[in-house]
Design a protein around this ligand. Structure first.
Ligand code: FES
Ligand SMILES: [Fe+2]
Length: 344
């Protein structure tokens, strides 16, 4: 159950800097590498000779070389050469539209003629010196939609992340969910509360007092296929909340690109783009480390949840008001997947 005619974050360029990277995305084995001229290429991770994965091979003069018997493949999926063989009648393999942008590699898993790079989301923070970014990747054994549910309902922070970003007011503050076309927005504002440890750290890092009351906000935005960007932050109480002047607030965007691997596993590209001390490399590292620890707590919960769901597939789950963000996001996905399968 995934959308195919769309862009997914596949990897980051460092992952194939040394050798080709094999990665399963939406059930398809794909190999990523740099072809002639240094541009990113993505083709099936399947050598047409005997089916060996190309990701076990290497790159030579921009051609992907099979590590089994040396067949060389061009980035358009056409066999280019093989020692002692004529390759002009060898079968081609599939190549995928792929774009390197914002520090990520985006792959189009559907019909290639429908791929339009202008539909890659615009990330205002990625190219701006006003923002600093750090992030990582987790491989998680769960349906990618469980992660969408998780991120569109942050009440879990009170329980799963009690020592870092959780606080009881998350449970108490009313949450609003709005559907705007194919976007779902879930918002929560907590006024005049104590900042939890992570946000106290952020306040200090931004040279702000960390022992005064704050207004805190969380605005989660889902867009298809499975991107969730969350505006989060705190400001000294009474200064305008998320509209407070920069000298009173610490704010960031939690970045979540969720890429299905199989029906029950996914690649989770997580990160934080912050609008304070953007050039502070040490701060980037320490936030990355803290966020990585926090998100590992989600990983444990989701993998255990997935195992339970697989063991009891017939049991119906509840849908509470706090689940509205995830429910609405899944509804949009279901609709788009159905439309895609009807057309194709
Ligand atoms: S399997 Fe690739 S060259 Fe033989
Ligand atoms: Fe979480």
């Amino acid at each position: 159950m995934y959308l195919k005619n769309c862009w997914y974050v596949a990897c980051t360029p460092d992952e194939f800097a040394e050798k080709p990277l094999g990665r399963k995305i939406c059930g398809e084995n794909i190999v990523f590498y740099r072809g002639k001229g240094g541009e990113v290429a993505a083709v099936e991770d399947y050598c047409p000779h005997r089916g060996a994965p190309f990701s076990l091979g290497y790159i030579e003069d921009g051609l992907l070389v099979c590590g089994y018997h040396g067949l060389k493949m061009d980035s358009d999926g056409k066999p280019a050469a093989m020692p002692g063989q004529r390759t002009d009648r060898f079968p081609c393999i599939r190549s995928y539209p792929v774009v390197e942008r914002y520090g990520f590699v985006w792959v189009w898993t559907g019909k290639a003629d429908q791929a339009d790079a202008s539909s890659i989301p615009v990330l205002k923070w990625a190219d701006s010196p006003d923002w600093g970014y750090g992030g990582g990747l987790y491989h998680i054994q769960c349906d990618y939609r469980l992660m969408i549910d998780n991120l569109m309902d942050l009440t879990h922070e009170t329980y799963v992340h009690s020592t870092s970003i959780g606080q009881k007011e998350i449970d108490e503050a009313p949450v609003s969910t709005v559907v705007d076309g194919e976007t779902v927005i879930t918002s929560r504002h907590m006024d005049n509360v104590t900042a939890p440890p992570f946000w106290q750290m952020a306040l200090r890092a931004n040279d702000l007092a960390d022992d005064v009351a704050v207004d805190r906000w969380q605005i989660c935005r889902f867009t298809p296929p499975s991107h969730v960007l969350i505006e989060v932050g705190v400001a000294h109480a009474g200064r305008g909340g998320m509209n407070a002047a920069p000298q009173y607030r610490a704010n960031s965007i939690v970045v979540d690109f969720i890429t299905p691997e199989t029906e029950t596993s996914m690649w989770y590209f997580w990160g934080m783009a912050r609008q304070f001390k953007p050039a502070d490399v040490e701060l980037t590292d320490s936030i990355r480390e803290g966020q990585g620890r926090i998100f590992a707590e989600d990983l444990d919960m989701l993998e255990c949840q997935q195992r339970n769901l697989l063991q009891y597939p017939e049991r119906r789950l509840m849908k509470l008001n706090i689940d509205a963000g995830g429910v609405q996001s899944r509804r949009i996905l279901d609709r788009l997947i159905k439309a895609e399968n009807t057309i194709t």
